[in-house]
Design a binder for this molecule. Structure first.
Ligand code: ZN
Length: 181
């Protein structure tokens, strides 16, 4: 496992449609391990392969445990999730809150997303899975799938007054890991 450098927003790999994962062999397993390690080191709550310069449809998600969310019975909290070839099969409702991205560390923006999604994907061994997400989990799933389609959260910010620059010290820590995907 290794921590790899993060692609930044000017990197063309972040603007291309990533390719479908077809081979679940050792190179993919190594990539997934590096995604996990890099996400944890950043720290962030999600990371997609294009953010490591690899145009493949794979992402990892790890939401921190939180008492507040436990009350809402969000069973995704604290679990490491690997999704390959994810697709949204159903989405409904709307939420708007602040979102940040490890590939755009200087900004956060208010982004509208579906409040709930159901996705189908494959796990790291290629087994077909379905995931339901609401709230933050729904947001992260949509953010990661956007990465696999060459989209960044800034594309979804409706106006410039909803995009905020983060000062290098201070506010970033305050903004918390919760929204950096
Ligand atoms: Zn991101």
């Amino acid at each position: 496992m290794a921590i790899r450098p993060l692609s930044q927003s000017s990197d063309p790999v972040l603007r291309q449609k990533a390719k479908k994962v077809r081979d679940f062999g050792p190179p993919l397993q190594g990539l997934i391990d590096d995604l996990v390690e890099t996400m944890h080191a950043a720290p962030g709550i999600g990371l997609a392969a294009p953010q490591l310069g690899v145009a493949l449809r794979v992402a990892v998600i790890h939401l921190p445990q939180s008492e507040e969310e436990e009350e809402n019975e969000d069973h995704h909290r604290g679990r490491l999730i690997v999704i390959c070839n994810p697709e949204i099969v159903k989405s409904w409702g709307e939420q708007e809150s602040e979102e940040g991205c490890l590939s755009l560390p200087a900004y956060v923006g208010e982004v509208k997303r579906a409040a709930r999604v159901v996705i189908k994907a494959q796990d790291r061994r290629g087994k077909r899975i379905r995931l339901r997400g609401k709230g933050l989990m729904a947001r992260v799933l949509q953010h990661e799938i956007d990465h696999l389609n060459g989209k960044l959260f800034v594309d979804r910010v409706e106006s410039l007054d909803k995009l905020h620059r983060i000062e290098p010290s201070g506010e970033k820590a305050e903004a918390g890991q919760e929204i950096v995907i």
